[in-house]
Design a protein around this ligand. Structure first.
Ligand SMILES: Cc1cc2nc3c(=O)[nH]c(=O)nc-3n(C[C@H](O)[C@H](O)[C@H](O)COP(=O)(O)OP(=O)(O)OC[C@H]3O[C@@H](n4cnc5c(N)ncnc54)[C@H](O)[C@@H]3O)c2cc1C
Length: 310
């Protein structure tokens, strides 16, 4: 399975290094790694994992993978995905070794692998306000742009100025936020196959101590309301027009519902959690049970927010 892809990618990497196209130090490659170690649900089988360390490395490696028609899936911090139990028949392109943070006046330029918590702390240290809501979202910059992550009244879109990405044709392009089609948990990257390389955030001058207090307040609200002691991918379902999804799930009596090791959290009905050594199949089946039950009771199709690695 992933072994043959691993062998193919290994030989491709050797060719690129020997041909002088890329240095060995510009990426890391792991022939087989359990996806359960790369996702916050802590489920998923084996996959080959390639981690470029620079913009140039992303470009070279991506073009080479595309040329050889090797399937790939771009993964940030794995906090909004479910990985198949049987693993992934392609290469996971991880952004986590591409971490750069730069300050330019009231702007921050962050590469895709930077964690949102590190980014929010960087803004706070530089007395810049506007991204306090990122603190505690366990994702990366790339994942936050892709999903238009948001919380407590803030959303990525409102502080984003522009995004630099690798287009489907392998070119490096920059687009302003107004052209990124960012909506509720969606962006243009869902359909344009672009790989987000870096993002420019525009903030305002604020008071570092006040910013810190806001961040801590938001974090304590998370701790109070969310089942953070179990692996999950956060809110499993999208918001519905005019209804609170978690409330509908609660009212349908689904809190605590279980399939295998997956459970609808008793603390927050909007979270499916890995309660006890769940498989991804358990999670998929429980999500379907919730969707079916809500449709039967309310006539509403609730949509899953979490994406599947495929
Ligand atoms: C406990 C918990 C709490 C959470 N709270 C919130 C919350 O308050 N608000 C919220 O919005 N979300 C929340 N989430 C969900 C998640 O953290 C966010 O959606 C986050 O932005 C995902 O980032 P990631 O790096 O983990 O993305 P991943 O899960 O790695 O990927 C998500 C999607 O983005 C794509 N992607 C990732 N990086 C790139 C890139 N560089 N280029 C192109 N595509 C890319 C992937 O292919 C995938 O389709 C929570 C999750 C957990 C576990």
């Amino acid at each position: 399975m992933s072994v043959s892809v691993s062998a193919e990618v290994s030989s491709l990497l050797s060719e690129l290094v020997q041909g002088g196209f890329i240095g060995e130090e510009e990426f890391e490659f792991c022939e087989e790694r359990a996806l359960s170690t790369l996702t916050t649900f802590r489920t998923g089988g084996p996959a080959a994992v390639l981690s470029p360390k620079s913009q140039k490395a992303f470009q070279i490696l991506l073009c080479a993978l595309r040329e050889r028609k090797i399937p790939y899936f771009v993964l940030g911090n794995g906090s909004n995905v479910i990985a198949p139990d049987e693993g992934y028949r392609g290469v996971i392109l991880s952004t986590l070794l591409w971490k750069n943070l730069e300050l330019a006046g009231d702007r921050i330029i962050a590469s895709s692998g930077v964690s949102l918590t590190a980014l929010a702390l960087f803004a706070q240290k530089n007395a810049l306000t506007g991204m306090e809501f990122f603190y505690g979202i366990p994702g990366s910059v790339g994942g936050a742009v892709f999903m238009n992550a948001g919380a407590y009244g803030g959303e990525c879109k409102s502080i984003l100025e522009s995004v630099c990405f690798l287009s489907a044709s392998g070119r490096i392009e920059t687009l302003p936020v107004s052209e990124l089609e960012m909506g509720y948990r969606t962006s243009i990257f869902e359909k344009n196959e672009g790989i987000i390389l870096s993002a420019v955030f525009r903030l305002q001058k604020g008071d570092a101590a006040e910013i810190r207090r806001t961040m801590e307040d938001l974090m304590s609200r998370r701790v109070e309301k969310q089942p953070l002691d179990y692996p999950s991918a956060g809110s499993t379902f999208k918001r519905c027009e005019g209804r609170f999804t978690a409330q509908m799930i609660d009212e349908a009596g689904l809190k605590g519902a279980r399939i295998g090791g997956a459970m609808v959290s008793k603390k927050h009905a909007g979270f499916v959690i890995n309660y006890d050594s769940a498989s991804s199949e358990d999670i998929f089946r429980l999500i379907e049970l919730v969707r079916k039950t809500i449709f039967e009771k309310e006539g509403i199709h609730i949509q899953c927010e979490v994406r599947t690695i495929r």
